[in-house]
Ligand binder design. Structure first.
Ligand code: NAP
Length: 280
């Protein structure tokens, strides 16, 4: 059910989302999936995350397979200023797509069971740096005049608060509301915005976070992260949200996606009225 309305044409995608794409959290899971899909379209990549060696190996493999250029940028997104550092790392490049991928949390910690600094780190990664990077790359795409894309990996938990994931689900809700608004604002400029309300995915991070816990994961219930990356790129021109059922083979979420989109479209006039002079 998550099949995009039409497959992304590779040449058209390269023209719109290239010549460079930047992926924050590119070394594994959906981030690696985005890198593989984009490289196959001939789009050059800035690969950012904390593990240089993994990024270097991925970049070298993709450059050799697809003849693309790549740049590795080592950055911890939980550090203040990380968003600006990513912008600086791509300052001299013509960036047509920014992917905010990293953003998971260790599973199941109560709000009061952690130091408050930990929650500040989560806000830094999933709110402050998302704002900084979307602002910076969005301005660059606006200036270049031929559009582009902003793709933000959120979570199904954005739909409502979850005990013991209170801060995680809250930051993910920020991402989805933010993207719905941005989608309406940037659409007239040819900049596509998509927020992925990702389902349970069998990623290395998810495996690490749930190992040894009481979390019961039926491997067949979790989505393949590479499938999700592929779907997300296909849906990029059809934002603002890509929603998934809780489990593989679950209900069709397209009616709900259409409803959310209609609500955003319906509120365009309200939002725009702030920019219009008062009627006399
Ligand atoms: N897995 C799921 O079931 C699930 C469900 C719903 C939503 N999501 C969302 O999907 C996205 C991907 O999730 P994921 O499970 O693959 O885990 P993730 O940890 O969010 O993403 C993994 C990627 O992000 C990088 N990364 C992680 N923490 C980082 C940090 N502090 N600074 C810089 N890079 C960092 C990792 O590389 P390095 O280790 O090299 O830094 C790796 O490349 C996230 O936004 C998550 O919220 C996941």
């Amino acid at each position: 059910m998550t099949q995009p309305p039409s497959p992304l044409d590779k040449a058209a995608a390269k023209a719109k989302y290239g010549p460079w794409a930047v992926i924050a959290g590119a070394s594994d899971g959906t981030g690696e999936g985005f890198a593989r899909e984009l490289a196959a379209m001939g789009i050059n990549l800035v690969l950012s995350s904390r593990r240089r060696q993994v990024l270097e190996a991925l970049g070298a493999e993709l450059a050799s397979a697809h003849g693309i250029e790549y740049r590795v940028h080592v950055q911890d997104l939980m550090v203040p200023g990380a968003g600006q550092a990513i912008l600086d790392a791509a300052a001299d490049l013509d960036v047509g797509l920014y992917v905010s991928n990293a953003g998971a949390d260790a599973v199941g910690r109560g709000f009061l069971d952690e130091e408050v600094e930990r929650w500040h780190c989560m806000v830094t990664m999933n709110v402050t740096n998302v704002v900084e990077t979307c602002y910076g790359f969005g301005r660059k795409m606006l200036a270049r005049g031929n559009g582009g894309g902003l793709l933000i990996m959120s979570s199904g938990s954005a739909m409502g608060g979850i005990p013991f994931l209170s801060m995680y689900s809250s930051t993910k809700a920020f991402e989805s509301n933010f993207c719905e608004g941005l989608w309406g604002e940037l659409k007239p400029h040819g900049i596509d915005v998509l927020c992925v309300l990702a389902p349970l995915m069998d990623t290395p991070c998810f495996r690490r976070n749930t190992e040894g816990t009481g979390f019961l994961m039926d491997a067949t219930a979790a989505f393949d992260p590479f499938d999700v990356s592929r779907d997300a790129l296909g849906w990029l021109p059809h934002g603002p949200l890509l929603m998934y059922p809780n489990l593989v083979g679950g209900e069709d979420m397209r009616p709900e996606m259409a409803e959310r989109r209609a609500r955003v479209e319906g509120s365009m006039a309200l939002g725009n009225s702030f920019n219009e002079p008062a009627a006399t």
